[in-house]
Write a protein that binds this ligand. Structure first.
Ligand SMILES: Nc1ncnc2c1ncn2[C@@H]1O[C@H](COP(=O)(O)OP(=O)(O)OP(=O)(O)O)[C@@H](O)[C@H]1O
Ligand SMILES: [Mg+2]
Length: 262
C-alpha cells in the first residue's frame, strides 16, 4: 500500500484562503523534505497562477493537458503532471472549461468516484508523499469528487463575520460524503486573513473552538501584503520572502498538518 496522503482544501465560502493555503502548504511540505503534487480543481486556476504566469496558465487551459480534459475523458492523471520551477513540487493544472465539469459528470457511471480513479495510479505508485487538491467555492458533484478522492480535508476559514456563515453547510456536505467515503478525515480548520487588532478575531476563534469534534489549527495566518506580492510574482511566500510573517506562519501550519499523520 502506498503512503501517499491526499489532502484537499475546501470551503463553500469564496475567498476564504483555500488556494493561498493549498499553494503555500504544498511548498512548505517540500521544505520539510516531502515530494508533493498539487492538483488545481478550480476553473479560476488560482493554484496554477501561484506557480506560473498568466500566459503559461492560459496555455495549460487551452492545451489538452489539464484536469478538465483528464476527468472528462476519465484518463490516468499521470500523463498530466507538469513540473514547477521547484524541486519535488509538481502540478496538474486546471482549465477555465472546468466551469462545465458538473455537466460532464452528470451522465457518468459512479460519478462521485471519477477523480479518485483518475488519481489512483499516481497514488499507488507512491511517487509523492502528498497530493494537495484546491477546491472551488461550491458544494456539488465536483467538490464531492474532490472530497471522495481525498484522505483528509482542511477547511480554510476567513476570520470575518461572513467567514463563519455557511460552515454548517460545509459540515453537512462532509457528512454526506463520509457516507460513501468513510475514511475521509476532517483534519481541521485553518483560520486565515486574521487581523489580531480586531476583537472580531477573538470571537471567531471562540466560536470555532466551541464546535464539537472539530480541530482548529493553532497556527493561524495573519493578513500580510507579502502574500499578495508573492502571488503577483507567481511564487510561494516562503520562496518570495522567507523572513515575512506569513512565510513563518505557513511553515508552522504546514508542520501542524504534517504532524497529524506522523
Ligand atoms: N494572509 C493573507 N493576507 C493577505 N491577503 C490574503 C491572505 N490570504 C489570502 N489573501 C488574499 O485573499 C484573496 C482570497 O484568497 P484565496 O484566493 O486564497 O481564497 P480562496 O478561498 O481560494 O478563494 P476562492 O473561493 O475564490 O477560490 C486573494 O486575493 C489572496 O491574495
Ligand atoms: Mg481558490
Amino acid at each position: 500500500m502506498s503512503n501517499t496522503k491526499i489532502i484537499c482544501f475546501a470551503n463553500n465560502k469564496g475567498g476564504s484562503g483555500k488556494s493561498t493555503t493549498c499553494s503555500n502548504v504544498a511548498y512548505g511540505l517540500t521544505e520539510l523534505g516531502h515530494k508533493v503534487l498539487m492538483v488545481d480543481g478550480d476553473m479560476q486556476m488560482n493554484l496554477s497562477l501561484a506557480y506560473f504566469d498568466e500566459d503559461k496558465v492560459l496555455e495549460f487551459a487551452s492545451g489538452g493537458k489539464n484536469l478538465y480534459e483528464a476527468v472528462k475523458n476519465q484518463k490516468d492523471l499521470t500523463d498530466y503532471i507538469i513540473r514547477t520551477p521547484y524541486e519535488n513540487l509538481d502540478l496538474i493544472p486546471s482549465s477555465t472549461l472546468m466551469s462545465s465539469i458538473e455537466y460532464e459528470l452528470f451522465t457518468k457511471w459512479q460519478r462521485e468516484f471519477i477523480l479518485k480513479k483518475c488519481l489512483q495510479n499516481i497514488k499507488d505508485s507512491g511517487e509523492y508523499d502528498y497530493i494537495l487538491i484546491d477546491a472551488p467555492p461550491t458544494l456539488g458533484g465536483w467538490v464531492m469528487n474532490i472530497l471522495v478522492a481525498s484522505d483528509g480535508l482542511v477547511i480554510p476559514v476567513e476570520a470575518s463575520p461572513w467567514g463563519l456563515f455557511g460552515l454548517a453547510n460545509m459540515f453537512e456536505f462532509l457528512g454526506a460524503v463520509q457516507q460513501i467515503s468513510p475514511e475521509l478525515k476532517l483534519m481541521g480548520i485553518a483560520v486565515t486573513k486574521v487581523d489580531t487588532r480586531k476583537n472580531y478575531f477573538k470571537q471567531t476563534m471562540e466560536t470555532l473552538k466551541e464546535l464539537d469534534d472539530v480541530h482548529v489549527f493553532e497556527n493561524f495566518i495573519r493578513v500580510d501584503s507579502s502574500i499578495e506580492w508573492a502571488q503577483d510574482n507567481s511564487v510561494p511566500v516562503v520562496a518570495y520572502k522567507k523572513s515575512s510573517r506569513s512565510a513563518k506562519e505557513y511553515m508552522e501550519l504546514t508542520k501542524e498538518i504534517e504532524g497529524l499523520w506522523q
